[in-house]
Design a protein around this ligand. Structure first.
Ligand code: F0G
Length: 361
């Protein structure tokens, strides 16, 4: 198998093309986390670590397909609004394809690693005096005016690539455990993954690969300071109401107007899933718990574990469940958040005796 046919492109039967600009992406690990499994109290817990993709997040799965489509359409400039990871992935895949990339970022609210990636991969980076949702409003306008090809998750081809997260989870979990997971818990921002997972499972059902009752319960987690999807699920609304003021340490999901809500809300409801909000403190605790198992993630990713922990405490998730938590981005994406959550380095003199004395004190 060539690199082009591993990972995401292994599922080309489910994709609009047979191959694309690839680094390559997908084939991410499904970690066991025995201590967390015990502590949270579910029959089985696995962590699908999407931070292990080439640019460090699941966005690569969407971009390999999205940029391929852009090449097909023959556009000049690719653009996205981003809380960071989309811009990193678009910059890498766009550059590899030899295309111009424009990214709009909310000023002061994007983690350092992500800006560094967009910068080195050669994107033109605009820092907007406004939040992510305003950036996306502007990029949509630019696309409408024919100034750019939009590669946010509003672009349905992005979600085609991201479906492969669901396909991989089903295969890996079944191969290891002999059954499919009961539930998938994931962080929700623009709700692209939520929509993509649901589409993947409905397609598996349509081909007869799984029965309807084997579709995992799609369970979304948002930061309490940016939780319009949770609000909509709690009130049983068929739409979301945009939050203009959003805040969370998990800057990747600092989003008040999840544009994929119309596809994602039915995905949560019709699979018997739910949505829950978690505090920044709960997110940080979960980030530390994952790190103790050797799994390094950025804050937004840890929301999945924080949400599962809370749902288990509330009895919504039961002890007999087999659960997969999705961790969406790598620890190094947000080095400042990691350093804040972790321990501080201790300065010592350059002398062995002094070092020993320091260790004993
Ligand atoms: N986790 C991480 C690390 C993300 O970067 C994002 C979205 C999400 C979760 C939420 O995923 O939008 O499919 O619900 N980041 C986008 C970006 C918005 O610009 O990088 P979603």
């Amino acid at each position: 198998e060539s690199a082009f046919h591993g990972g995401v492109w292994r599922y080309s039967d489910a994709l609009p093309f047979d191959e694309g600009v690839s680094l390559p992406e997908g084939d991410t690990p499904l970690h066991n986390v025995p201590r967390l499994e015990d502590e949270i109290g579910v029959e089985r817990l696995r962590v699908k670590h999407e931070g292990m993709n080439p640019t460090g997040s699941f966005k690569d799965r969407g971009m390999t397909v999205g940029v391929r489509v852009a090449q097909e359409v023959g556009v000049g400039r690719l653009a996205c609004a981003s809380t960071g990871n989309t811009s990193a992935a678009l910059s890498a895949y766009g550059s590899r394809a030899g295309l111009q990339v424009l990214v709009l970022l909310p000023a002061g609210k994007v983690a350092a690693g992500k800006i560094a990636q967009a910068s080195l991969h050669g994107a033109r980076i605009l820092e907007v005096d406004g939040n992510f949702d305003r950036c996306l409003d502007i990029v949509k306008d630019l696309a409408d005016r024919g100034e750019a090809y939009l590669l946010n998750s509003l672009n349905p081809f992005r979600l085609e690539g991201q479906k492969t997260i669901g396909l991989e989870i089903m295969e890996q979990f079944r191969d290891e455990e002999g059954a499919f997971p009961d539930r998938i818990v994931l962080p929700v921002g623009n709700a692209g993954n939520t929509a993509a997972l649901y589409k993947a499972f409905r397609e598996l059902e349509a081909t007869g690969a799984i029965d309807e009752d084997q579709i995992p319960k799609i369970t979304g987690v948002q930061a309490a300071g940016a939780a319009p999807m949770v609000e909509a699920i709690e009130h049983d609304w068929d739409h979301i109401e945009r939050w203009d003021d959003v805040e969370t340490r998990a800057t990747a999901i600092r989003i008040g107007n999840p544009v994929n809500a119309p596809k994602a809300l039915p995905g949560i409801r019709e699979t018997g899933g739910t949505a829950i909000a978690v505090s920044d403190e709960e997110i940080t605790d979960a980030q530390r718990s994952l790190a103790e198992e050797g799994v390094g993630v950025e804050p937004a990713s840890a929301a999945s574990i924080a949400g599962l922990r809370k749902l288990r405490e509330e009895g919504v998730v039961t002890a007999d469940e087999q659960v997969v938590c999705l961790t969406t981005g790598h620890l190094l994406k947000d080095p400042d958040a990691a350093a804040e959550a972790g321990t501080d380095p201790e300065p010592v003199p350059a002398d062995t005796d002094d070092v020993l004395e320091h260790l004993r004190s």
